[in-house]
Design a protein around this ligand. Structure first.
Ligand code: ATP
Length: 216
């Protein structure tokens, strides 16, 4: 099984990395692939450009077994729709089980995604639970979960797509928004993200950084 972890990664941080590792281990994924959104359709546009965000993911996972980065969304024009990404992966990889990994916040916004009902035809959906963030009890998202929820983890490896699985992960209160705000205020975000990523941010002068930060 291949896990697909999409996001803006503006920048990638330890909550992305730690939760990805925990999902990779629990689902015994052969590969966990980070796919940065070039032009995220559902939110404000990132501050770092797509190549810089791809570079930061690459630096964050270098030497980490089973983790890879995939730049295919940088090669397409227009909004980076996940449905197009999954369709191109499916064309390329054949019938291998694909697992789309979403935080609960992303799951709650799923009905706004382009052609969202096709996602479950192209991949399994694995939702990282968060305390306080519950699924609605009624509506189209509740219906998707009712139809596709799977209780036995072994079932995921037996078909290429079509199951919804909920997974518990360590709760880490780290966000890219907070890291950008610290940097813009001249404060160091060290230890919230890998040193190699912070060094890259300082070298490139991203997020309003200029010069040395107190705390390194
Ligand atoms: P921003 O603060 O800019 O909105 P972010 O830190 O939430 O960014 P994204 O790149 O938007 O990061 O998120 C990519 C994916 O990672 C989403 O599925 C999101 O739910 C998940 N994610 C982000 N932060 C966490 C966290 N602290 N714990 C678990 N999942 C997270």
């Amino acid at each position: 099984m291949i896990g697909i972890f999409g996001g803006t990664f503006d920048p990638i941080h330890y909550a992305h990395l730690r939760t990805a590792l925990e999902v990779q281990q629990q689902l015994e994924l052969a590969e966990l692939r980070f796919i940065p959104a070039a032009v995220p359709p559902h939110r404000s546009q990132p501050l770092a450009n797509a190549q810089q965000r791809l570079d930061m993911v690459r630096l964050a996972i270098q030497d980490q077994p089973g983790m890879t980065v995939d730049g295919r969304e940088l090669e397409r024009e227009g909004p980076s729709y996940m449905v197009d990404t999954l369709a191109s992966l499916r064309d390329e990889l054949g019938e291998v089980p694909l697992v789309l990994i979403l935080g609960m916040d992303a799951m709650l916004g799923l009905p706004d995604w382009h052609q969202w009902t096709r996602l479950i035809e192209l991949a399994h959906i694995v939702v990282m639970e968060r305390p306080g963030a519950a699924l609605p009890e009624q509506g189209e998202l509740a219906e998707l979960v009712r139809v596709h929820r799977c209780e036995k983890i072994a079932r995921l490896a037996q078909k290429p797509a079509g199951a919804v699985w909920f997974v518990s992960v360590s709760q880490l209160d780290i966000s890219a928004t907070d890291i950008r705000a610290r940097l813009a205020a001249g404060a160091s975000p060290r230890f919230l993200l890998p040193d190699a990523v912070l060094d890259y941010i300082l070298d490139e002068g991203l997020y309003g950084v200029s010069g040395q930060l107190p705390g390194g």
